[in-house]
Design a protein around this ligand. Sequence first.
Ligand code: SF4
Length: 298
Amino acid sequence: MIKQKEESINTILDQVELKRRGLLDKVYVTGCLSERYKNNLETEIPEVDAYFGTMELPMLLKQLNADYKNELVGERLLATPSHYAYMKISEGCNRTCSFCAIPLMRGKHVSKPIEQLVQEAEGLVKKGVKEIMLIAQELTYYGLDIYKDRTLPDLMRRLSDVKGLEWIRLHYAYPSKFPMEIIDVMKERDNICNYLDMPLQHASNNMLKAMRRQITREEMEDLVASIRGKLPEICLRTTLIAGFPGETVDDVDELKGFCNASVSTVWEFSRIPMKKELRHMVLKTMFQPTLKNNERRK
Ligand code: SF4
């Protein structure tokens, strides 16, 4: 994280230097760093003309004399190969997981209206996109802020109706208070993949509590069993964290037991090159990968 901050600050300083040499007129900074450290940055690097948070694009455009609504609603530049795209359905998170800085950087949960997302999906299909991956910091919270209800199932149905959209895939579902209607819609609609990325993070109740995940191991097991009961062919993917502060050998054994009992494939990933016994590992796991309708992998 420190390295990433350094890289970002060096990039800002490089642009400020270009401005000093007369090669740039203005320097504006936007994104996570600016959201979280705006006041410090304004003090430390005052040569920047303005700092904007992650949800302040309209203010940035106003500064550039551009019209947000006319020029940008539903418009997308693709950074992925042309056949698929990620679509962010909300920004921010209201949870307080103790290992996560996202709420500090991205702010509270803000859902995008369904109409706007349908418009965005139609625009992506016109560009040749066949598959859309719905992403958010917490996908299953969608709608609670603007519609006062968990309306992800409604959004799924509306997107599923977009002509030419062949696959819709769900990422980053929070397990606590998971709306089971999501699985009903998956069953109902052929172009919604039988696939769910649901980070569980740990299996020991001690660790789940320390991580402030608002769910117990027993509740997670019941949830996974209910999902599989409704849709046996579903492919569940999750992420688990090992090496969380305070984790004991018993906690690790419990996590291993959970993986052995529930998981078909595990692979490990770490950003930090440390001795193996100390390493903060993230185990990415895939539960029961299967094909929908015995046709093709989604
Ligand atoms: S739900 Fe996800 S984004 Fe929100 S605080 Fe927890 S880990 Fe972070």
